[in-house]
Design a binder for this molecule. Structure first.
Ligand SMILES: O=C(O)CCC(=O)C(=O)O
Ligand SMILES: [Fe+2]
Length: 175
């Protein structure tokens, strides 16, 4: 769908999928103890190409809208949420915006969730068709697992945008 939407040759999609690793992870959010924060998971964008999330019938996941407002995602047994991650931002040369999300524990029930996370096995790079004069290349090709290691470093935590800090191209010095 994404490749169709941007008019990118489908063969690139096949090779991207062939070079993608998946990680399945499950989470359990216990109820916060007295005086403990109810922040289950700090606000972040995923490092992935995309993430597929599923949760039990307990609210908690919130996504941030463009206007900065946090909104609840209401769970259902049949719902799978697909979130774009940082690697798709690079692939699409900033056209696809990774979705910022967090988990807040408010219900008096334990929350369970499951996520399928996708990572490039090779270098992640911007799709050539999505680079032109109007949209110059904004990122250098990067090693996805190298980015995972960078993600929790002090430099990454201090930066405004971790993926830009890791492999962004800065044109600001050019005139
Ligand atoms: O538990 C959830 O619903 C979200 C998990 C998540 O955002 C993550 O692992 O990156
Ligand atoms: Fe996440």
């Amino acid at each position: 769908m994404v490749f169709d939407g941007y008019g990118v040759d489908k063969r690139h999609c096949e090779s991207l999928l062939e070079l993608t690793n998946y990680m399945l992870r499950s989470f359990k959010y216990r109820l916060p103890h007295m005086n403990e924060s109810n922040l289950g998971l700090f606000p972040h964008t995923d490092t992935t190409y995309f993430s597929i999330l599923h949760q039990n019938n307990v609210t908690g996941l919130q996504i941030k809208l463009k206007n900065g407002e946090w909104v609840d995602v209401y769970p259902s047994h049949s719902m799978f949420l697909i979130l774009a991650g940082d690697a798709f931002k690079v692939w699409s040369n900033d056209r696809i915006r990774p979705c910022e999300h967090r988990v807040i524990i408010r219900e008096k029930k334990e929350r369970y969730s499951m996520g399928l996370f996708s990572f490039g096995r090779n270098m992640v790079q911007t799709q050539e068709e999505l680079i032109d004069e109007e949209h110059p290349k904004r990122y250098k090709p990067f090693d996805h697992y190298g980015y995972l290691r960078f993600y929790r470093t002090e430099k990454a935590l201090k930066s405004k945008c971790r993926i830009k800090e890791y492999c962004g191209i800065d044109y600001s010095d050019e005139n």
